[in-house]
Write a protein that binds this ligand. Structure first.
Ligand code: NOJ
Length: 529
């Protein structure tokens, strides 16, 4: 904690995808006792909070993002007692616990939906988005599912369609219905009462759709090979103005609890639209996820421009945050290459604002190719061959060089990477130059130097593959110099009398800096006085 700042401002969030973190009972799927047994990894790494992807009862059509019971624990992951033990153990180690909250849709097996579809006059009918066919007898609008095909599913028994932004097994809840709101806000209270420190709110930009069901316009930018969902521009199905009222209601619940409880919002939106998710007078998310590092060209000028644009767009008092990877996107070491991924880690952990680190990125895991017969992800199954499937980024964590990387004594639900015997936590823990050692050192430096977490940001230069910026807080200044390319570069030293605090190669600590700084290919350094 830094004086004057909330824990989530100076802290670092670590995302656990529980199916793939640690299995404790040999069924090939990670679970809560497994996560508990590995909590010390997070402590030695030096993060502050663990966000756990969904652990609720679920038919697993979308691997837990199809929730059958919002206030339970799936037996695959353990029991409520396991969950309580996990929270206590995390808190005992100074770690915060953040759960995934999936308000946009439930599972089609959720009792609410089972009731809703049972008849047109069931009291829960309006809890989901039911509509009559269009006059020509087809689906009510041209809206498309994120995972392929129409977003409308015909229900022959009751003669209406229901809307699903994702799979047909994930019907959208109707947030315009006050009973739905009340029930879903109670879900937050249930977990807050059990001691959780916050929520990552899933797919928030999809929460509400156009009431008049207007067709989405065609997307002139769509090309063969792109996701079929992008054939239209989702103006009437995403980012509707009413969403902010719902978020403010979530925030009021969270704020009614003691301690600094946190709401993080998942919304893949352009920066200007994203800013609205902080809410009027910051009544929305404390951290609307900023995913722009995932899509910005990895070059000095565009990255510097992104940082400037984002910083300038933040509402007064709004806190920045940065993301380099998650369970939905290609891993950073695959996108940028292993060497450059070290520079990316330095960027992530030295930018102003809260970073989120995805499990396995701290050891440099790469996307694992999944043979067709082992594919699990419904997106890949529905829309094959376009590289949309997310299994490659969800493979189990390799902990050691033993069978299945120490992840499970059984058959893992997804295969481990072919490099697991080398790229694993135990091997890297004893290698002073490893990716893991780099993450630990960066996180330790960030903790020791609040300038790197909460300090001001100032761009110094962005040219010839090298991005240089200054971070300052309470009279201390540090400079970050990142060589984003594969050539040797020499840049002017931003300060006199400074020395290298850390290099991404971990071999230049304490080196004095005079006049200019030499940066090897794919090297970043932090310098300070
Ligand atoms: C976003 C989640 O991150 C993703 O994994 C999931 O499939 C969709 N939302 C639907 O819940």
């Amino acid at each position: 904690m830094v004086d004057g700042f909330a824990w989530w401002q100076s802290g670092v969030v670590y995302q656990v995808y529980p199916r793939s973190f640690q299995d404790s009972n040999g069924d090939g799927v990670g679970d809560l006792p497994g996560l508990l047994a590995r909590l010390d990894h997070l402590v030695t790494l030096g993060v502050d909070a663990v966000w756990i992807s969904p652990i609720y009862p679920s038919p697993m059509a979308d691997f837990g993002y199809d929730v059958e019971d919002y206030t339970g624990v799936h037996p695959l992951f353990g029991t409520m007692e396991d969950f309580d033990r996990l929270v206590a153990a995390a808190h005992g180690r100074g770690l915060k616990v953040i759960l995934d909250y999936v308000p946009n849709h439930s599972s089609d097996r959720h009792p609410w939906f089972v009731e809703s579809r049972s008849s047109r006059d069931n009291p829960k009918r309006d809890w989901y988005v039911w509509r009559d066919p269009s006059p020509d007898g087809g689906s009510p609008s041209n809206w498309l599912s994120e995972f392929g095909g129409s977003a409308w599913e015909w229900d022959a028994a009751t003669g209406q369609y229901y809307y699903h932004a994702y799979l047909k097994e994930q019907p959208d809840l109707n947030w315009r219905n006050p009973e739905v709101r009340a029930a879903m806000l109670d879900v937050l209270r249930f977990w807050l009462d059990r001691g959780v420190d916050g929520f990552r709110v899933d797919a928030i930009h999809h929460l509400i759709e156009d009431e008049q069901l207007r067709d989405n316009p065609p997307n002139p930018g769509w090309r063969e090979g792109m996701s079929p969902t992008r054939r239209v521009i989702r103006v009437h199905t995403m980012d509707q103005p009413e969403v902010h009222d719902a978020i403010a209601a979530m925030r009021r619940v969270v704020d009614s609890y003691p301690g600094d409880r946190l709401l993080i919002g998942e919304a893949y939106l352009p920066i200007d639209q994203l800013m609205a998710y902080y809410g009027t007078d910051l009544s929305g998310f404390q951290l609307p996820f900023n995913f722009h590092l995932l899509s910005t060209p990895w070059e000095a000028k565009p990255l510097a421009a992104l940082i400037d644009q984002y910083e300038a767009a933040l509402p007064s008092g709004g806190w920045p945050n940065w993301v380099l990877g998650n369970h939905d996107r290609s891993r950073v070491a695959s996108r940028l290459g292993k060497a450059q991924a070290r520079v990316a880690a330095m960027l992530l952990l030295t930018l102003r604002g809260t970073p989120t680190l995805y499990q396995g990125d701290e050891i440099g895991m790469t996307d694992v190719p999944i043979p067709p017969h082992l594919v699990q992800d419904p997106w890949e199954k529905n829309v094959p061959g376009l590289g949309l499937g997310r299994d490659p980024v969800r493979t189990p964590m390799p902990w050691d060089g033993g069978p299945n990387g120490g992840f499970t004594s059984g058959e893992p639900w997804l295969p481990l990477g072919p490099d697991a015997a080398r790229v694993n936590v135990a091997a890297q823990a004893t290698d002073p130059g490893s990716k893991l050692a780099l993450h630990k050192a960066l996180l330790a430096l960030r903790r020791a130097e609040p300038a790197l977490s909460v300090g001001s940001y100032r761009r110094v230069s962005a040219a010839d593959d090298v991005l240089v910026y200054e971070r300052a807080h309470g009279g201390r200044r540090l400079w970050v110099l990142l060589n984003l390319g594969r050539e040797l570069r020499t840049v002017d030293a931003p300060a006199e009398g400074a020395h290298i605090r850390i290099s991404t190669h971990l071999d230049r600590d304490g080196e004095p800096v005079a006049g200019s700084v030499r940066l090897r290919p794919n090297e970043g350094v932090v310098i300070g006085q």
